[in-house]
Design a binder for this molecule. Sequence first.
Ligand code: HEM
Length: 511
Amino acid sequence: MNTLQNVSSEFYRVSDAFASKGSGVFLVFILSLSTLAFASIILRVSSTDRVHGRLPPGSFGFPFIGESIQYYASQKDMDALGWFKKKREKYGPLFKSRVDGFKTILLDSPGGWKFMYSEFDENVIRVLYPPTVRDLTGPDSPIIKHGRVHRVYKSFLLNHFSGVDVVHRYIPTIGKVAVDHINSLWLSRSDNSEVKAQELLQEFTFSIIGILILGITDSSVLEDLRPKFEEFVNGFVRVSFRLNLPGFQYHRSMKARSQIHEILQRSLVKRRAELEEGKATSTQDYLSVMLTHSNEDGYFYRDAEIRDIMLNLLWAGFESTATTMTMMMMHISRNPQVYDELIKEHAGIASKKAEGEALTLQELRSMKYTWAVMQETLRVSPSSADINRVAMVDLEYKGFTIPKGYRLTAAAGQSQWNPDRFPDPTKFDPSRFVTKTGTRSIEPYIFFPFGSGLRHCPGYELARINTMTLFHHLLRNVKWTMVYLEEKCRYRFLFYPEKGLPIRITKCKAY
Ligand code: HEM
């Protein structure tokens, strides 16, 4: 084990003790120990590695915090002249730094990103999540697992969640939820009063995931779940010590996690009974699938695993999709020519359909311009700003050694905001992804909003269909204007409009 792994595991051990105990005596004891441990961490982190080979160029910056401040500042702001660019000019497309306490190798080339994504063997490169994410997602969470356990889970998920036949089944439900949502929440507010688009879009995404994944159709259950889920998510996005004590965000989020598990367990027990009584089908949603199908080893998931999987999917699918839709709405509002192109595309599709007829998968896939608008949204305002892995052995890349225990990081902004790859990067221009005759192909490994390789997002198709469907019905029925056209965006691991995108809605029949 090298220094970093010693440091990380020591840090995690101390942090584990903090996280699990709450008594006063224990706290005093732990506080003293942790002061010593922290001092030793600082000393050891500052010490030099014994590296076999040549490290990539760069500097680690200050002990422990390293260059985290510069790193996060450059992720917030699409300033092509920022820290990333200075580093690239000084060191080239592969450089070392220290971010979040980790000795980190930042990769800034398609070849480097391809290398990082080749998580071909968990004994070589692994996915890396911080301990708070590990705690909140749970011990049975498959996304933090590696190797065979992860692969079997992933293929189960993809078979039962993203296959074409499954997607066909989901489409009418998504269409119905979208129309009901617009009728009840958008058209009812079309008196030009101010409303926050972000909240409406979150409501929609939550209902879809609630129905398709958790199998919750009862709106009172969803209403009960929602505030608990928000508290749970705060544990990922707010900076907090990993202290399971009242007053700390970590404690509130872990408590919310237990409350959500209770709700999920009730849904699970209810569904099991409904399946036995023939009142539910084995494929009506992902909950039914998990209760009735075994994975490829012939193994049925335990209740604890099902709860963790459901909560993981809710977490992974909710914020990313809702935020992407919100940012997409903001970009459309600011670019009237994009709005006009969208109307043209959707009017063309609607003209071939009877009033109220559901969209088909083929029609959703034919929405090339809308898809380009969604991609351009994810380019300008990425919803996964960085992807992290850890080297499990000393790795060799381009004549350099990436030592065991080092973090490998691909920062979306480095690629997506680079003027050499995307000219005039601050301009919102969907034509980067689409031509008059179809989709424009993008060089591999320069744009990866849904990741790549083994960890590629399994919710990709769902996110796309949700967005295409909702915008088809929204553009048809309402016109919105931003209250603050120059509203700024904040970055908290995702980009959010600072004020929640207040808009005014009016009814319209665009096509
Ligand atoms: C616009 C919406 C979305 C974006 C931009 C997005 C992005 C991503 C990215 C970049 C990753 C890869 C992370 C890595 O390599 O470390 C990922 C993984 C994942 N996503 Fe999504 N996602 C979206 C929607 C969804 C939805 C709707 C779901 C499910 C309901 C979902 C479930 C997951 C899961 C479970 C993983 C982990 C996969 C694994 O560990 O193998 N995502 N997503």
